[in-house]
Design a protein around this ligand. Sequence first.
Ligand SMILES: [Zn+2]
Length: 98
Amino acid sequence: MTQAALIGQVGLRMRFEESIGMARRMVPSSFECDCGHQSHFCEGTVRDMEADSRRRHKRMHLMDSEVEEHAIEFKDGVATAVICPKQGRRKITGWLIP
Ligand SMILES: [Zn+2]
């Protein structure tokens, strides 16, 4: 592999990592995707998903059933990512502080 090709690959991977981690949690039951889409759920629904994912030790998805359907991914009792129909999986990095 040439050095130029190697640098190109590293640059690509860095850009990819920078593009991850843009989804945020607004309130316990609402999430905002990187594309601007917001998914709102009942707090009880989110709590049930958190409890189920913790109990089953597997990844679970909660769909928001909107036109541009997004899913919230839960793992081990925590909301870990938003699945975007346009941008793919966006890791939830934290809470959106207004
Ligand atoms: Zn989105």
